[in-house]
Design a protein around this ligand. Structure first.
Ligand code: SF4
Length: 351
């Protein structure tokens, strides 16, 4: 296997919170010891409920935030030991697409100026060549060259996200962090943007870190999935294996919550109850024990290690091997047509 494009080890970010009006201060453990890799041309999805640390992780990988601890290696280079000028040069290869394309575009700049700016900044095209490159970028994302004269408010949400993608592509990156890129869009537009990202990936060999809370979107685009809970990765593995046989009770609960567009289908699996505990005071032992239907005494005192089963599928749960098969969809699919149809649903291509 070739060396990964991105290697993240023990990535940690804690935020100090000052004592406020109500006397509470402390440390928010937003990201707490993450380990993962991303191969060239691969999409790794980071999923989990809001506040689990997935967006912070995306920013740490790009060094838009400085980690408290850990290592981030990109193409073999340790990002945290690069000088600011070396980091500036490397930024070209690592881009981000934001959730809210309207907020991330300057309302006073035309689309042409927005796309020309990174080209000028990185010296990628002469002033005469920029117009042609802008037209090319617009057509790559399904817009027309004449759109370069318009302002962001003249576009729909989906078109604005296409502009955000074009801006990321302008500098010919290798890795793009897509931070909830479709969650602000209508469902019909979401599929178009996901398809566009997949087409561009095939064409340019891009790697994506795709951050999402919606597993239904992730199933279409991810190669591997990392499930985060309260700043930790609780399960990471190939998408197909993880969707077919979710091991961690939290992954099972997230999958159970995906709406199935077929009234004949009934999901089985644990249901998530209660709120996510505060990252300022994460529960001891397994952080998920306050919501886990399978929690036992050991879970309250001993933190489960992420154990790799040898095929790169890691699970951080003391008892995942003992959890009853009905929660693991694959085990009964042959005998249970309902489960077989659910699996078929998760394997269908995006339309
Ligand atoms: Fe549930 Fe215990 Fe596994 Fe945590 S370690 S997910 S509490 S069974």
């Amino acid at each position: 296997m070739t060396a990964p494009l991105l290697e993240v080890e023990n990535l940690t970010r804690h935020f100090a919170v000052r004592r406020g009006l109500f006397g509470r201060g402390g440390t928010v453990r937003a990201v707490d010891g993450l380990n993962f890799t991303v191969q060239a041309g691969e999409t790794l999805a980071l999923v989990g409920e809001s506040g689990c640390g997935k967006s912070t992780t995306g920013r740490l990988v790009l060094r838009l935030l400085e980690p408290t601890e850990g290592t981030v290696r990109f193409a073999g280079r340790d990002l945290l030991h690069l000088s600011s000028s070396e980091m500036r040069a490397l930024r070209r290869e690592m881009q981000i697409v934001f959730q809210d394309p309207y907020a991330s575009l300057n309302p006073r700049m035309t689309v042409g100026d927005t796309l020309s700016e990174p080209l000028a900044l990185h010296g990628l095209a002469s002033s005469t060549g920029r117009r042609a490159r802008v037209a090319e970028l617009l057509s790559l994302v399904g817009l027309r060259p004449e759109h370069s004269r318009r302002y962001p408010h003249e576009f729909s949400g989906g078109q604005r996200q296409r502009i955000g993608i074009a801006r990321a592509l302008a500098v010919e990156p290798k890795l793009i962090v897509c931070d909830e890129p479709v969650s602000a869009l209508d469902v019909s537009i979401q599929a178009q943007v996901v398809n566009l990202l997949q087409d561009l990936q095939k064409r340019f060999g891009l790697s994506y870190i795709f951050i999402a809370h919606d597993l239904a979107v992730v199933k279409h685009i991810a190669d591997r999935v990392a499930v985060m809970y309260l700043g930790k990765i609780v399960e990471i593995g190939e998408k197909k294996a993880l969707f077919a046989r979710p091991r961690h009770p939290y992954t099972q609960a997230l999958l159970s919550a995906i709406p199935i567009p077929d009234p004949a289908l009934q999901r089985r699996g644990p249901v998530l109850e209660g709120d996510v505990p505060s990252p300022m005071a994460p529960p001891p032992g397994c952080r998920f024990h306050t919501r886990c239907p399978y929690a036992r005494e050991r879970c309250r005192v001993e933190e489960p290690l992420a154990v790799d089963d040898g095929d790169g599928h890691r699970t951080a749960c003391h008892f995942w091997r003992e959890i009853e098969p009905p929660q693991r969809l694959g085990d009964q699919s042959a005998a249970n047509p309902n489960l077989a149809r659910l699996q078929a649903y998760f394997n269908q291509p995006v339309t």
